[in-house]
Design a protein around this ligand. Structure first.
Ligand code: ZN
Length: 138
């Protein structure tokens, strides 16, 4: 049960946080892809139902994005979403909807004004926080 430490470039980390800010007061959601523990790309989803509690992306748009990630020869490493008003803790619904233990869950919380970013490993309805490292130069 180890959480391999993820390395995320600062530029991608910032794009993810900015995506969260730009969709406030609604939730933002997207994918991070790359190889093994190195994040190499970010894929932002549009929330197709505007809500601060729920996120919906059509199957078509998810599959189209997954195909493009595949074409880049990358794997999905994490799914991120924002919590505009609540703490950066996975909800039961978040965990039930999470597709895969190998894919990390990232939550960007704006509860305290400035964004808090947490990475989790989800197993059934349990979560474990993961370390991540932001790398400023690549
Ligand atoms: Zn959530």
């Amino acid at each position: 049960m180890n959480c391999n430490q993820i390395i995320i470039p600062l530029s991608i980390h910032n794009q993810m946080v900015e995506h969260g800010i730009s969709t406030l007061p609604y939730e933002a959601c997207g994918l991070l892809a790359g190889n093994q523990t190195n994040v190499q790309s970010i894929w932002q989803f549009k929330n197709e139902c505007k809500s601060d509690r729920r996120f919906f992306v059509s199957k078509y748009n998810v599959e189209r994005t997954l195909n493009r990630i595949n074409e880049e020869k990358q794997d999905v490493l994490a799914i991120y979403h924002s919590h505009p008003f609540t703490a950066p803790i996975p909800s039961t619904l978040d965990m039930i909807n999470h597709p895969d233990t190998d894919i990390k869950m990232i939550i960007i919380s704006f509860k305290r004004g400035s964004p808090t970013v947490r990475w989790y490993r989800i197993r059934d309805t349990n979560y474990e926080e993961c370390l991540f490292r932001i790398e400023s130069s690549r």
